[in-house]
Design a protein around this ligand. Structure first.
Ligand code: KIV
Length: 266
């Protein structure tokens, strides 16, 4: 088993799993210092491309973003969302997951549950492709955003779905927008770690969309905590630059005769 995955599994009931999304190298490099898991989420569709939903992101887009992210990752587990339609059946899922793994050097893929596709997970795991599951609000299959598992029977249904995914061989599972009682039950009953988003602190770990928590996306549902308003920080810098260009304060004279090193290599 991939050593990084083993490390994630070992955290269950010991320490919380920290996870965030990334779509490019410069952000990934910072996240890598702190995160156990970095996800190239199909949320890139909304966050960077302003698509109405995640359905429009193509396999090529996700691969390209992951190739960039890969360059910033040294130690975290790098997981890639398979876009909608790319894992419709076993054959397609196998072909596309292998392509993602080969072209990006990621550690595994995430697929959203439609309640009937745990056989796809089983097939990928058989091919030695690590898979993260995803239940609750699954934007690839559900139109309307709502909290799930608010009733006992709803919680039981989610638990059964989670069991199917665990049985199929997933190494972890995202719980998105699930009521605390249900996410607690699922986390307690599963052997694999649960990673919550809008699913309470009972989960074994947490994930957020990085652009949301940095205050860049403009999307702030109740469960998101904005840790900084980076939009304002960037605007301040751009404003200062604009002023200095206009006042001819930038650029300063540079003596190129004293060596010509342009940029420090990252
Ligand atoms: O696409 C994404 O960013 C995700 C997370 C919200 C878990 O699936």
């Amino acid at each position: 088993m991939n050593k990084k995955i083993k490390k994630i599994l070992n955290k269950k009931n010991k320490s919380k799993i920290v996870s965030l999304t990334a779509y490019s190298k410069n952000i990934a490099k910072i996240l890598d210092k702190y995160c156990d898991i970095v996800l190239v989420g199909d949320s890139v569709a909304n966050v960077l491309y302003s698509f109405k939903n995640t359905h429009e992101i193509k396999l090529e887009n996700i691969i390209q973003h992951t190739q960039s992210v890969r360059k910033g990752i040294k130690k975290s587990l790098l997981i890639v969302d398979m876009p909608k339609g790319t894992y419709k059946n076993k054959k397609l899922a196998k072909k596309n997951a292998k392509l993602i793994m080969k072209l990006t050097g990621c550690d595994g893929v995430k697929i959203e549950s439609n309640k009937r596709n745990s056989n796809i997970i089983k097939e990928l795991v058989k091919e030695k492709i690590p898979v993260m599951g995803h239940i609750g609000f699954t934007p690839q299959f559900k139109k309307n955003f709502m909290i799930e598992g608010t009733t006992q029977s709803g919680g039981k249904k989610l638990l059964n779905e989670a069991f199917q995914i665990e049985k199929a061989g997933a190494f972890s599972i995202v719980l998105e927008c699930i009521a605390p009682n249900s996410s607690r039950l699922i986390t307690k009953k599963l052997k694999i770690p649960t990673i919550g988003i809008g699913a309470s602190s009972y989960c074994d770990g947490q994930i957020l969309v990085t652009d949301d928590m940095l205050g860049l996306s403009g999307f702030y549902p109740k469960f998101v905590k904005k840790y900084v308003s980076l939009d304002r920080v960037i605007e301040k810098a751009v404003k200062k630059y604009t002023k200095e260009v206009k006042l001819k304060k930038f650029p300063k004279k540079i003596n190129f005769l004293n060596g010509s090193k342009h940029r420090k290599k990252n």
